[in-house]
Design a protein around this ligand. Structure first.
Ligand SMILES: NC(=O)c1ccc[n+]([C@@H]2O[C@H](COP(=O)([O-])OP(=O)(O)OC[C@H]3O[C@@H](n4cnc5c(N)ncnc54)[C@H](OP(=O)(O)O)[C@@H]3O)[C@@H](O)[C@H]2O)c1
Length: 288
């Protein structure tokens, strides 16, 4: 077991504002660490000296990732857990605290898309997505917050999605869950501003992971080429370094989100036109 109470080193700028989280000796928990962004980020954190805990449902995939973490950070651990189960989330928090004695950095990364047209959605699907993408990370956050508050330090990184800002078509349940995650994160950042707790929201655009080939999901028409996972990891690490409140991956998506806000009606009309063209093109390809 690691030491129970440890002040995490942070740098401050000339105004006394917290800038960076020192990853060396930091105790990090990354949910959804069995693949994609979570797996790569877990290894990157371990490489930088963090003791990393990862969790997800697929034990074999977790074993492989935690093995890579342990090469750099031998106390790293894994937990097999279904985050859709609220009791399992609470148990995870207790188990991680028992093993690490505290969590300095919580990365709520696990997520599911359930991509489908709104007319194919049902309330059970919407609820399931909300549980994994919103309620579970908030539950885990509330479970781990008291020990951060007691120490007067802690960093919470919530992996949202550009879909929260752009309301991507064909995935309304997912978009809404990520928008909820964003709103909670920003309000929480304000509430905790004076307590030494930093909250960062990450907005990946299209990153090359298994998210786009999961079963029980529509195949998406991706409007841009997928970026490698390393781009997302580097952006998160850079955000931690500067103490950023939000990170877009890639950064130019920030401009797209800002443009949408200038004329939401025109943006939605343009998106509908793009979807219509894509559908038309697909129909033509099928008839050839
Ligand atoms: N890839 C992108 O372009 C993109 C864009 C925007 C946002 N994001 C967000 O980035 C995060 C990581 O996704 P990714 O792209 O890296 O896809 P991924 O490879 O599919 O990773 C998703 C992770 O979440 C875990 N997970 C899903 N349901 C779970 C559950 N019920 N209990 C525990 N763990 C669960 C998965 O593990 P198990 O299956 O082993 O449980 C996996 O480790 C997600 O929140 C996603 O919404 C991704």
């Amino acid at each position: 077991m690691l030491p129970a109470v440890r002040k995490v080193n942070r740098r401050t700028n000339e105004s006394g504002v917290t800038m960076a989280l020192d990853l060396k000796g930091c105790r990090a928990l990354v949910t959804g660490g069995s693949s994609g962004i979570g797996a790569a980020l877990a290894v990157a954190l371990a490489e930088r000296g963090a003791t990393v805990g990862i969790c997800a449902r697929r034990a074999e995939r977790l074993s492989e990732v935690v093995g890579r973490c342990m090469e750099h950070s031998p106390d790293s651990r894994m937990w097999v857990v279904n985050l859709a189960d609220p009791d399992a989330v609470d148990k995870l928090a207790v188990d991680v605290m028992d093993a690490f004695g505290g969590v300095d950095l919580l990365v709520n990364n696990a997520g599911i898309p359930k991509r489908r047209h709104v007319t194919a959605l049902d309330i059970d699907t919407i609820t399931a997505v909300m549980h994994v993408n919103y309620l579970s990370p908030m539950r885990l956050t509330l479970d781990l917050l008291p020990q951060m508050l007691a120490r007067g330090s802690g960093t919470i990184v919530n992996i949202s999605s550009i879909a929260a800002k752009l309301s991507a078509p064909g995935e309304a349940a997912y978009d809404a869950s990520k928008a909820a995650l964003t709103a909670f994160s920003e309000a929480m950042a304000v509430d905790l501003w004076e307590d030494g707790i930093r909250v960062m929201v990450v907005y990946p655009g299209v990153i090359d992971t298994e998210l786009f080939t999961l079963p029980d999901n529509d195949v998406p028409d991706l409007p841009v080429a997928a970026e490698p996972v390393s781009v997302a990891v580097d952006a998160v690490l850079a955000g931690l370094e500067t103490g950023a409140a939000q990170v877009f991956v890639p950064e130019w998506f920030h401009g797209v989100a800002a443009n949408k806000e200038k004329d939401v009606g025109a943006f939605l009309e343009g998106t509908a036109s793009y979807v219509r063209q894509q559908r038309h093109q697909k129909q033509q390809e099928q008839t050839q």
